[in-house]
Design a protein around this ligand. Structure first.
Ligand code: ARG
Length: 464
């Protein structure tokens, strides 16, 4: 007897009178990228089969055969012995075909009350749930590494910039904790997205549900889903959960990219604030002196491709009528590449953060050069009774003199400073030091070392 599957490799069924060309086969197939969902596909099938059996839709013998067959298939896949066939289009049909080879009719009964439409939606959700959990773990490692770096540098002073111009002194610990805040919000976003990912589409079948007496809640519980998707059309067609994930991923990469940009600038010999461990840099084939920060540069570059995947998925979805359309097969490669890029990048950055060597002298020298304590002088005058705008103006005149004399505000003699305001006393020099400046910003969210130490404790507590 010719099995239905043999016919299928030539044409889908008796409904078709000619086979598809090799080009169309290749064009429509997804097996060479969706086979990464093989394990979750099997997990979903086992939960479905268990429910079919519990509901009396298949026999316990069929159920046992399916379990036995799937165990073998899982082994074959893990050992690299499974043969994926383009002719069988996708991961779902490849596994089902092998199951039928192994256990006969029970394999053919597995698809009762199910469609590849709800099957694939379930697989993506299971896959993505695992990916989210992995990425949340990697973000935690990165946050921990940045917190450690902050802890080693609670008192290390560098210039803070606005418009890339020296603005006010800050502590390097405070600067690192700014990224910890970003990556903490990224974690929250992923965990929030996970709630919407963790819903069961299975039972929606092709689009309208099924005539079999299925128990969707049972399948949801088996697979660890929080609930079922409550509308069958929506369940098989929307991919908003994947889009949401890609949006969260794009933000993570954007934060990584901003950090990369800073690392690259800081490592430039013209700035020289940090050195990066050699294992994250490469040399030049022509210029022997070069040590290039390739890893952060690539991360900055890869941010573009992750942002692109988000746009790809949004565009994929926007024109689709309900319910499932084959367009949706195009959701996988952008999603998978987003996960792969994110996982690799976060892994590397957690390690990279531990290999950053801070150069406090260069940071300090730069902070000393840009009149970074000018605001402190203005604040000092305000505390002595001058309105802020007048104080601002008085200090601007003093800075102008310093520019002409090529010296720092703290290097002007008291008498000269007093020319700009009679309110200035000899207690001013304390205010003009870099240490005084950062220590004075001693409120929650401020850059004072004391606050940085408190922020580190908060960030550590939030890790657990
Ligand atoms: N490979 C398909 C996908 O990724 C599986 C669902 C196919 N369903 C269908 N009716 N053609 O979306």
């Amino acid at each position: 007897m010719t099995s239905q599957f043999q016919k299928k490799s030539e044409a889908w069924s008796a409904r078709f009178s000619e086979p598809v060309s090799d080009l169309v086969k290749r064009y429509t197939a997804s097996v060479f990228f969706d086979n990464r969902m093989a394990e979750v596909d099997i997990q979903g099938s086992l939960a479905h089969a268990e429910m079919l059996c519990a509901q009396g839709i298949i026999t316990t013998q069929d159920h046992a055969d399916i379990q036995r067959g799937m165990a073998q298939i899982l082994d074959e896949i893990r050992n690299g012995q499974f043969t994926w066939l383009l002719d069988l289009e996708d991961v779902h049909l490849n596994i089902e075909k092998r199951l039928t080879e192994l256990v006969g009719d029970a394999g053919k009964r597995l698809h009762t009350g199910r469609s590849r439409n709800d099957q694939v939606a379930t697989d993506i959700r299971l896959y993505l749930r695992g990916a989210i959990d992995q990425i949340v773990g990697l973000l935690k490692d990165l946050r921990a590494a940045l917190i450690n770096l902050a802890e080693q540098n609670t008192d290390t002073i560098l210039p803070g910039f606005t418009h890339m111009q020296v603005a006010q002194p800050i502590t390097f610990g405070h600067h690192m904790l700014a990224y910890v805040e970003m990556f903490s919000r990224d974690t929250e976003r992923l965990l929030d997205c996970r709630k919407r990912v963790n819903r069961l589409p299975l039972g929606a079948a092709a689009l309208a549900g099924t005539t079999f007496p299925i128990d969707r809640e049972r399948v949801a519980a088996t697979l660890g889903f929080d609930a079922v998707c409550y509308n069958s059309l929506d369940a098989v067609s929307d991919r908003d959960f994947a889009i949401e994930f890609c949006a969260a991923a794009a933000l993570i990469m954007t934060h990584i990219s901003r950090m990369s940009e800073e690392l690259i600038i800081w490592m430039s010999p013209r700035v020289g604030f940090i050195d990066m461990a050699d294992r994250f840099c490469t040399g030049s084939s022509i210029m022997p002196q070069k040590k290039n920060p390739d890893v952060p540069e690539l991360a900055r570059g890869k941010t573009g491709r992750v942002n692109g995947h988000l746009i790809a998925l949004l565009t994929l979805m926007k024109g689709q009528p309900l319910a499932y359309n084959k367009d949706n097969q195009e959701d996988k490669e952008p999603l998978f590449d987003t996960v792969d890029t994110l996982v690799d990048t976060l892994r590397i950055f957690a390690d990279l953060a531990t290999g950053i060597r801070v150069k406090p002298d260069a940071m300090r020298a730069a902070a000393f050069q840009g009149y970074a304590t000018a605001t402190d002088l203005a604040d000092y005058l305000v505390k002595k009774g001058l309105p802020f705008r007048d104080a601002h103006e008085a200090v601007a005149h003093a800075v102008r003199t310093c520019v002409e004399k090529n010296c720092d505000l703290s290097e002007l003699p008291l008498a000269e400073l007093q020319a700009y305001s009679a309110l200035i006393g000899d207690d001013v020099f304390e205010v003009l030091t870099l240490e005084g400046s950062v220590a004075a910003r001693n409120h929650v969210g401020g850059t004072a070392p004391e606050q940085v130490r408190l922020a580190i404790a908060r960030a550590r507590a939030a890790l657990n």
